[in-house]
Ligand binder design. Sequence first.
Ligand SMILES: O=C(O)CCC(=O)C(=O)O
Ligand SMILES: [Fe+2]
Length: 328
Amino acid sequence: MAASLPVIDFAAFIDHASSPEEKKAVALQIDNACREVGFFYLKNHGVPMNLIGDMLTKSRNFFETATPEEKKRLALRKIAEGGDNARGFLKINNPEKGSHEALDVYRPVETRDPPYTTGMGPNQWPSTPSDFRETAEEYIERLETLGIQVMKAIAIGLKVDESIFLNRINKAFWNLRILGYEGRKEKSKEQAGIGEHTDFGILTFLLTDSNPKSLQVLSKSGEWIWADPIEGCYVCNIGDMLHEWTRGAYKSTLHRVCHNAESLRISIPFFFDPNWDAFISPVLPAAEGVVDRDEGIRYEEKFVRSVEYPLWRDSLVQANPTVASQVA
Ligand SMILES: O=C(O)CCC(=O)C(=O)O
Ligand SMILES: [Fe+2]
């Protein structure tokens, strides 16, 4: 049987009535998953199911109804075009692989008039559905809380001070990405998706619709395993920043998307990323592993570097033309 990702029940960690031992037991399960796989399902996470349902429905509605004019209005723009290089709508179109579209929103920052600097512009919100922004903001608030709770569990699992991450994540420069993968209209060898990559930040909380056989994760033994959605669970994974903060003890694992079905697939990753000015500085002693070359720089610098080169999504799609043909 193919390997599968661990499912971790978070209920005891967020229940005020739980004992420190009960919380620690959850923290150790997360620690084990982060060391062994870098991916796990999180259930009983406390985010209301009706809010999750609303996010999925409204995101689907956006992709199904947005007109070309609306997409143009929302478009991610470079700094010279009055944008901030990061926020807004973009379409990755590859005639061989299919396409996907994404709307990126980030933690709001104070903005004046353009020109903006990278990442420092205003978010672009869809006008339809009319309460999209309201729902997304409520969802983001819940996910920020969840991110802080999971990081507390991670600190306990790492056996460091349980609030060690707090001043690096209390103004998390999160990124909510609303993704729509077009259904494949005709059979071709290639597939709509995203090429193999690791995520950039601390932790990703992935919410998807019920389409199976889309997301794949590279297992320790080198096989691609399907990470199909499980109702009520987030798929969580470690990003490069946490990999660096733990000197590689926690793995930011390669994953990719190969969407084969004929219907539109909606996927909503919440990238829980550090404060803009957080330092890349490990929380484990040097004896625990390698010292990363980015140690000592701020998250801001890494972020700006990542978006000022061709956008990573685009370059990954182009860099991995054979992803689909490797799928069993
Ligand atoms: O759509 C998915 O299942 C995952 C998307 C993803 O890996 C990403 O946006 O980084
Ligand atoms: Fe990813």
